[in-house]
Each structure stands twice: as structure tokens, then as C-alpha cells.
Design a protein around this ligand. Structure first.
Ligand code: SF4
Length: 379
């Protein structure tokens, strides 16, 4: 687990010229948004806009942030966001991480029973603009990006403007958008989305049940199922890359094979279906009785669902599942999908022979873990 936030102390502090900075080494090429990471014995350039000091007694020749212990993992190529007064730092991009995501809004027209990021109804349009500054600060080697919310398309103009910005400034990025899909039901929107000149762009859309009432109940939004399915069909019609995400939970596990059969019959053009384990954070905690289920209790449903989809020729992956709770024949379809900053392996995993292939657990799930975790002692 990598800490992504920390409180700092400052020297020579001035109001910074931007809130987003790329971390650079003392020999890095200077750009206006590069923060020079001071190193023992190295002479830093004199006119950088910001210096980062790993120790409390060393100060650069200009505004300096003294990093707290939990942020000493910062390396050249990372991107950070700082508060105006320089007292708080948040990591926006970890160069060595497999998963990097940018939050575009906390607003959403769903209120899912297990939402990990409960929506907030407030004006946060500045987040789309900050996302552009993060894109501008990315190193050239950046390859993959997720755009999340809330619902990223809640402000369709700001969302599409951001995609065009990525196409201009970082066209090499493989960009994945996590959306509830309803906006893609809008004809005018889908035409504008189709014109985004990004070569590698995919939208991932959750679908929780084949029965409209059950999907609408899980997302707490009447009419959502019809709009979401029409949105997926519209994406198929324009040939856009689309993923369906199914978060498996107590309320839909009995209907899981019905849902995967529905997808195999009606939405077989999608590029991928992800069968996902639940993260017990956000609204999942107060709704634990409605949503929590031990993955060990739905092995059979997971297996049947996987084969319904893969037998229909749909690329199917299993996210967030521990190998010891998953049938061996499904292991090749499992993905180490939990973001580095919230991923860990509890003590019981220590002797496990397949730990390096296993997703491990969400640290955000607290103590809500399967009692059936058990180390695999043969490969
Ligand atoms: S014991 Fe831990 S590492 Fe091993 S399969 Fe289970 S969760 Fe994964």
C-alpha cells in the first residue's frame, strides 16, 4: 500500500504558480511545472519553480516543500498536487504504478448501494480543469490512464473537452473511462464522443442485473437500466471500445448467470466483461447486510458466469478476486486489478505460493475479509 497524501512544511514559500507539478531530478530538463527533488551532493538548478526536500534541514534555492516520511517514495516522473499554502501534497500520478486514475467529479446521477466514492452534489467543475493540468504534467512514458468519478460525463461539455485535450497533449495514452453509461443514450452526445480522435479509448460501464428493476434498485435510480443498455448499444453502433463491469454482491449473485446470459445474447459485441469482487468501502459499509457476500459462497455462480461469457466468445476477466477463493481453472482469467495504493496481503498470505499472481485484498475494506482465505501451498 502506497500512501498518496501527506502534510508538509515549507521554506521560502511563495504562492505557487500552479497546483500541479511533475517531480524531476536535479539534472532534469527544466519546465515551468517541474518540481526538483533534492538529492544529497547534487547541485540543483537555481531557477526551478519548486523544490522537494526529503529531509527537514535541507532547503533549495527557492520555494521548498519538506516531504513527510510517507511521501519519500516520490520519484522523478511522478506528478503531485499541492495546496496553495504548501501544507498538503497529494500524489496525482505514480510513474511506476500500473493503475493511475484521475477523479473528474464527485457528482453522479446514481447512488449505488456499494458505491466506493459516495456522490457529493456540489460544484466541482474545477476538477476537469485540474485534470488537464495533470495531463500536461505527465511524463512522456505515461501509457495508461483511468478517468473516474462520480459520473465523468455528468458535465458532457467539460468531459468531451478533456478527451480532446488528451488527444492533443498525450495521444499515446490508453484511456479508460468508468461511466454509468446513461449519457451514451443521448444521440447528440454519442456523435460528439465518436469524433474524439483518441486511438485507444474505452468506456467501462457497470451492469448489475438483467432484470431492470433489480439494476435500478442497486444503482438507486429509476429508469437507469434502459438508458444504460441503450448507451451500450449506441457505443456498439459507433464501434467504440466498451467494457461491461459486473460487481458481484449479495443482491445480484442469484441472478448472475441470468445477467451473463443476457449479455451473451444481446451485447456480444462488447470488448470485455469484468466480473468484479466487491470493495467494502464507502456506501458498502452501511449497506453491508445488503451487499457483502463471501466470494467463497459464490464460486459456482462465478464459474458458470465466466463460461457463459467465454463460450459466447466474449473476452472475460475476473477482477479483485483472491486465488484461494477462486476455482483453479479460472485463475488464467484473474487480473491483479487492485490499485497499488490500496492493495495489500494480510498475514495469512505469507506462506502462500501464488501470492505474486494474486490480487490480494483491498486495504479499504478494513476487517471485512472472507474467513476462508487460506494460503495455497502448491503451485
Ligand atoms: S492466501 Fe493470500 S495471496 Fe494466497 S491466494 Fe489467498 S489471498 Fe491470495
Amino acid at each position: 500500500m502506497i500512501p498518496l497524501t501527506g502534510r508538509t512544511t515549507t521554506s521560502h514559500w511563495l504562492h505557487p504558480r500552479t497546483d500541479v507539478w511533475r517531480v524531476a531530478s536535479t539534472t532534469g530538463v527544466e519546465l515551468s511545472n517541474q518540481a526538483i527533488l533534492l538529492a544529497p551532493g547534487a547541485v540543483p538548478p537555481r531557477d526551478a519553480g519548486l523544490y522537494l526536500s526529503p529531509d527537514q534541514n535541507t532547503t533549495g534555492p527557492g520555494p521548498t516543500l519538506h516531504l513527510p516520511a510517507q511521501l519519500l517514495h516520490l520519484q522523478p516522473g511522478d506528478v503531485i498536487m499541492i495546496s496553495d499554502d504548501g501544507t498538503r501534497v497529494r500524489v496525482a500520478w505514480k510513474a511506476e504504478a500500473v493503475h493511475n486514475s484521475i477523479l473528474l467529479t464527485e457528482r453522479c446521477d446514481h447512488y449505488c448501494l456499494m458505491c466506493s466514492q459516495p456522490p457529493k452534489d456540489r460544484d466541482d467543475r474545477y476538477l476537469y480543469e485540474r485534470a488537464k493540468r495533470i495531463i500536461d504534467a505527465l511524463p512522456d512514458v505515461a501509457r495508461a490512464l483511468s478517468l473516474t468519478g462520480g459520473e465523468p460525463t455528468i458535465d458532457p461539455n467539460a468531459f468531451l473537452a478533456l478527451l480532446h485535450h488528451i488527444a492533443t497533449r498525450a495521444p499515446q495514452l490508453s484511456t479508460h473511462v468508468l461511466s454509468n453509461g446513461r449519457r451514451f443514450n443521448d444521440r447528440g452526445f454519442i456523435e460528439r464522443y465518436a469524433s474524439v480522435p483518441l486511438a485507444d479509448l474505452m468506456v467501462g460501464i457497470p451492469l448489475y442485473a438483467a432484470e431492470p428493476g433489480l439494476h435500478d434498485y442497486i444503482v438507486q435510480a429509476p429508469g437507469a437500466f434502459n438508458e444504460t443498455v441503450k448507451g451500450i448499444l449506441n457505443l456498439g453502433a459507433i464501434g467504440a471500445a466498451t467494457e461491461i463491469r459486473i460487481v458481484i454482491q449479495r443482491s445480484n449473485v442469484a441472478e448472475l448467470t441470468e445477467l451473463t446470459t443476457f449479455i451473451a445474447r444481446n451485447l456480444p459485441f462488447v470488448n470485455q466483461v469484468a466480473l468484479m469482487g466487491l470493495e467494502m468501502t464507502g456506501l458498502a459499509r452501511p449497506n453491508a447486510d445488503l451487499v457483502w457476500i463471501d466470494p467463497n459462497d459464490y464460486r459456482q455462480e462465478l464459474r458458470e458466469s465466466y463460461y457463459i461469457l467465454s463460450d459466447a466468445g466474449i473476452h472475460t476477466r475476473i477482477y479483485n478476486h483472491q486465488l484461494c477463493l477462486t476455482d483453479r481453472d479460472l485463475w488464467p482469467a484473474t487480473v491483479q486489478s487492485i490499485s497499488d495504493w490500496k492493495n495489500d496481503y494480510p498475514e495469512i498470505c505469507k506462506p502462500c505460493k501464488v501470492k505474486d499472481r494474486c490480487s490480494g485484498i483491498f486495504t479499504t475494506s478494513g476487517t471485512r475479509l472472507s474467513p476462508n482465505l487460506s494460503p495455497v501451498l502448491s503451485n
